[in-house]
Design a protein around this ligand. Structure first.
Ligand code: PLP
Length: 374
């Protein structure tokens, strides 16, 4: 199998799991326990938080561990501001997009800002809206999970704060963390990340929150995570997240350049008469979205699966919809929208895998077109 759907999830790191196994075996204690084992686990969670903050270059922030990126996004959106105007863009993952629709159901005013052709937010329109309205909360994703477009969130947050320093700025960093080089600035109030996108386990995420920002908890109970997210912490999953993050951050630039070379190899090998390339030139090297013009992406995806190549079609979370609402918002017509396929790489992919898969995808699409034109 050649696995090219790493934006959907990644293979958990064996090294990180083995290193963390101790927390499943002899150190299985509840981190809220007041005996030594409990205190030990609580301290290990603290170390995981410090390590994640170092990766992000944060000095004035705290980490709240959650069960996933979706929970981190929901916590940010529903727990910080409860009134006023909420602004996001048309490119967001459903974790943000549908939460905004729920805000609307609850009677709040929401606004979805247009995208550029590559899936990044139209910054002029965003700033213009914030300038002309009493905005309370802005959520703009860091790396778009469908096109790989990178939003310069530090610059966007800075400009928004200069319009009104009271606006709370959240960013969904699920596809950025551990993949592209950056530090988050003091203008970012809230930042969501998820473990399973970087070889951690499913079911672990974190919300990075600026110290001093008031958050009324979304999950209430035993008061874990400084009262901000109750529920006994998944110590094993958190430690795997910490160790998997370290593996990514120790090799961040090396992996970035390597994966970029894989992506370029893939793009160069594609038969351009049959494919349109949707990802922009400056997109994340980890994500390449293309369209098999005139075909259904889902059909191509299944044909590739039969040949042992796993790719995604649009967002894994919206596979029931005919078109991706995000790619549609980039301005493409039906012919392109139908054929969308997402190839997403990891540093574990080899050059041979990429050469093989691009030649198989060329051949598969050529054959499918032949059948269609008979
Ligand atoms: N945000 C983005 C940009 C994503 O790509 C994803 C997952 O695909 C999520 C949020 C949701 O993360 P999780 O699967 O950890 O809930």
């Amino acid at each position: 199998m050649i696995y090219l759907d790493n934006a959907a999830t990644t293979k958990p790191s064996k090294v990180a799991i083995e290193k963390a196994l101790v927390f499943n075996e002899e150190k299985f204690f509840n981190p809220s326990g007041l005996y030594q084992g409990g205190l030990f686990c609580a301290n290990e969670i603290k170390k995981a938080k410090e390590s994640i903050l170092r990766n992000l270059g944060c000095v004035n922030n705290e980490v709240i561990f959650t069960s996933c990126g979706t929970e981190s996004d929901n916590t940010a959106i529903f727990s910080v501001v409860k009134r006023g105007v909420f602004v996001t863009c048309k490119g967001e993952h459903s974790a943000v997009h549908k939460s905004f629709l729920e805000l609307k159901n609850r009677g709040l005013k929401i606004e979805f800002i247009d995208l550029n052709e590559d899936g990044s937010v139209n910054v002029d329109k965003l700033l213009n809206f914030c300038f002309n309205n009493e905005v309370n909360f802005v959520s703009i994703m860091h790396v778009n999970n469908e096109t790989g477009a990178i939003n310069d969130i530090n610059s966007i947050a800075k400009q928004i704060k200069s319009i009104n320093s009271k606006i709370i700025f959240h960013s969904d960093g699920v596809q950025a963390y551990g993949k592209i080089p950056y530090k988050i600035s003091n203008d970012i109030d809230l930042y969501s990340i998820s473990a399973h996108k970087i070889n951690g386990l499913k079911g672990v995420g974190a919300l990075i929150k600026k110290k001093g920002l008031h958050l009324s908890p979304y999950i209430i109970g035993g008061g874990q995570e400084n009262g901000l997210r109750s529920g006994t912490e998944n110590v094993f999953g958190i430690k795997v997240f910490e160790y998997a993050s370290a593996e990514h951050y120790n090799n961040l630039l090396e992996n970035f350049n390597y994966v970029n070379s894989l992506k370029n190899e893939f793009i160069n090998g594609l038969n351009k008469t049959n494919f349109a390339i949707i990802s922009g030139e400056n997109s994340s090297p980890y994500i390449l979205t293309i369209s098999a013009k005139g075909l259904r992406g889902e059909v191509v995806m299944h044909s590739l699966e039969e040949k042992g190549i796993i790719v995604g079609n649009g967002s894994a979370c919206s596979s029931k919809n005919r078109f991706s609402r995000v790619i549609e918002a980039c301005g493409y017509n039906e012919n392109i929208l139908d054929g969308v396929i997402r190839i997403s790489f990891s540093a574990e992919n080899t050059l041979d895998e990429i050469k093989n898969s691009v030649s198989i995808i060329n051949e598969t699409v050529e054959n499918l077109k032949g059948i269609l034109n008979k």
